[in-house]
Design a protein around this ligand. Structure first.
Ligand SMILES: NC(=O)c1ccc[n+]([C@@H]2O[C@H](COP(=O)([O-])OP(=O)(O)OC[C@H]3O[C@@H](n4cnc5c(N)ncnc54)[C@H](OP(=O)(O)O)[C@@H]3O)[C@@H](O)[C@H]2O)c1
Length: 288
């Protein structure tokens, strides 16, 4: 056999052994009766996460701004098998809301096992226009409210050996065009929560932090925002939601969905200086 053949043969054997001995660390039963506070639960990936948690038999508090939509999601969760479901409408652009939402969840569920931070304010997928006020507002919704929710929930998560799940984006690892403010909020999440993870470990805390890095997902909002502007295929929201739920349950530090985004992020760090040019070729822009 030629050397190349030998290498391929050996690689095949190793891959086969890995597949044979690999044990899925995700235990669906661990989510039965788990107490979950889920933000951005009225639409998109958050709505799909609500249905997954419901199928696994969790007790859920849903939050977003639109009450009528939350009511519908709650009803569907109950038909899918959730043990308990409550909802609380809240606008995370108001600094008083995060504390109120956590107190509501504690009152209804008696504690929390998962805090799943997923909501985002309306995203403008466009060139920077100089609107500093919008950036300030988006920072409150996408970043400061996450910090506030976390601060309010940490004591109860500590008691339950619970998990913080933070939904971020590839735009929070790699700067991309048309996302100045959004990208800034997502980089901020990585900085804050990755630093907090170190501190919790140093304090021998029981709380895990899972940061979820997502690529383009086929939610209504994302498809509408990016239509005609990117050459990328969107991945299904239900699958993205399941990857997040599993990542939180297995206490993974980071989840990449689709999985190959991990390689993309590594390549971005390691690759030569023309990486920006390659990245920009996936975006449409014609100067006015
Ligand atoms: N879709 C993608 O391509 C993609 C890619 C990478 C990362 N992600 C991340 O995945 C997560 C979910 O994204 P998505 O596409 O599912 O978003 P989405 O469909 O736009 O849903 C956003 C959710 O946040 C809620 N929300 C909006 N403004 C709010 C506010 N001021 N206060 C409280 N809640 C608010 C919305 O409900 P109401 O309108 O009822 O408030 C909705 O439930 C985000 O963290 C996003 O950054 C998404």
């Amino acid at each position: 056999m030629k050397p190349v053949g030998k290498v391929l043969y050996a690689t095949g054997i190793v891959a086969g052994l890995v597949v044979f001995f690999w044990e899925d660390p995700f235990i669906p039963e661990s989510l039965s009766g788990a107490r979950v506070l889920l933000t951005g639960a009225s639409a998109g990936i958050g709505e799909q996460m609500a249905y997954h948690y419901a199928r696994f038999g969790a007790e859920i508090v849903l939050t977003a701004r639109r009450e009528a939509v939350l009511q519908k999601v709650m009803e569907k969760c109950l038909t899918l098998g959730a043990k308990k479901v409550f909802y609380i409408p809240a606008d995370m652009s108001f600094p008083s809301e995060p504390e109120k939402v956590v107190q509501f969840a504690l009152q209804k569920l008696g504690g929390l096992d998962y805090l799943v931070l997923n909501h985002i304010g309306r995203t403008r997928f466009q060139m920077w226009t100089g609107d500093v006020e919008y950036t300030r507002w988006l920072m409150q919704v996408n970043f400061f409210s996450y910090v506030e929710l976390t601060t309010a929930a940490l004591p109860t998560l500590e008691q339950s050996r619970g998990s913080l799940v933070v939904v971020s984006s590839v735009a929070g690892k790699i700067p991309t065009p048309f996302t100045t403010s959004y990208s800034a909020t997502k980089f901020a999440l990585d900085g804050f929560f990755s630093s907090l993870r170190h501190e919790l470990t140093m304090q021998k805390s029981n709380v895990s932090i899972t940061l979820c890095i997502l690529g383009l997902i086929d939610t209504e909002a994302a498809l509408e925002n990016t239509r005609g502007k990117v050459h990328l295929r969107a991945a299904p929201a239900a699958e993205a939601a399941l990857a997040i739920v599993r990542g939180g349950a297995t206490r993974a530090h980071e989840v990449f969905y689709p999985w190959w985004l991990h390689q993309v992020c590594c390549l971005w760090v390691l690759s030569p200086s023309n990486r920006g040019q390659v990245l920009r070729s996936y975006y449409n822009y014609s100067s006015p």
